[in-house]
Design a protein. Structure first.
Length: 284
């Protein structure tokens, strides 16, 4: 009697595929179909309403105005710091451990701390007024600046640790070889490190942007949800839990995903234009 042998790879791939379909594909398809079943009107009534409404369509631009600057600022801050700490040392471990704290706190705790320190009645405002360095309360919360600062504080540790992992993965023999050919430190970074880092930087940008684009707690606690920081996630929340229109909320979520997909695709396409080559540059 012939015995059937099951490939161990198949045993691992099949459950993983089922998990991805259950967790990602099914919710996406359900939300997509739900968005085409509006409470009133034809099959595309939700999308017509979203893109023609002065209260819904501008949320796309508002969210991009927060997510894109926060992502770019975090990358510009993380890259030189990670490059400086590319050599393994005890300081690298301490800094990495300290940066885990903001990640573990979450956006809600960060927002609450910002209200305590940076609010109109916070410690910073009181200290500056007591020292007669500033007249009146400082308004760093309940506006655009507060939400942007929150996104930077909460997103920087994630971006830095991700960029640091890419920088430390580059074989140090490559810049040493460039140095023997007369390349100075800037030329080593420009012609060796930066091309090899471009895939990692693009991936870090995509992940950080998706995280920042879905901003909700910061926009509510530190922004003006009915005004300049009315982001698309707030519009989806209001449709679902205030207007009880699940179909419209699904439409807002689909538009949100479409915008994220467009920006991520543009970032990956720009990475291909920046550098294409067979060199990976990993250690070993």
């Amino acid at each position: 009697m012939k015995r059937w042998r099951i490939d161990p790879v198949v045993m691992l791939v099949a459950p993983a595929t089922a998990f991805l379909v259950l967790v990602f594909a099914y919710p996406f398809l359900y939300g997509l179909l739900l968005s085409f079943r509006p409470l009133e009107g034809g099959w595309n009534a939700n999308y017509v309403r979203f893109f023609s409404s002065d209260r819904l369509f501008p949320t796309i631009g508002t969210t991009l105005e927060l997510a894109l600057p926060a992502t770019v600022i975090n990358l510009l801050l993380a890259l030189p710091l990670a490059y400086r700490m590319r050599v393994t040392s005890r300081y690298q471990k301490w800094v990495a451990s300290l940066l885990v704290i903001p990640i573990s706190l979450g956006t809600v705790m960060i927002a609450d701390g910002m209200l305590t320190y940076l609010g109109p009645k916070g410690w910073l405002s009181q200290v500056l007024q007591a020292l007669h360095l500033y007249d009146g309360p400082i308004h760093l919360t309940h506006n655009y600046a507060g939400v942007l600062l929150s996104l930077i504080i909460s997103g920087f540790p994630f971006v830095f640790l991700l960029v640091l992992s890419y920088v430390t993965g580059i074989d140090p023999v490559l810049p040493k070889a460039a140095a023997t050919l007369g390349a100075n430190p800037w030329q080593q970074f420009r012609h060796v490190y930066l091309p090899l880092l471009s895939p990692g930087l693009a991936m870090a940008f995509c992940l950080a942007f998706v995280q920042a684009f879905s901003v909700f707690p910061s926009a509510v606690l530190l922004g003006a949800p009915a005004g300049p920081t009315r982001v698309i996630s707030i519009a989806a929340y209001e449709a679902a839990f205030e207007q009880y229109d699940d179909s419209m909320a699904a439409c807002a979520a689909m538009v949100m995903g479409l915008v994220q997909l467009a920006v991520v695709s543009a970032a990956l396409f720009a990475r291909r234009l920046f550098y294409r080559g067979p060199v990976v540059g990993g250690k070993g």
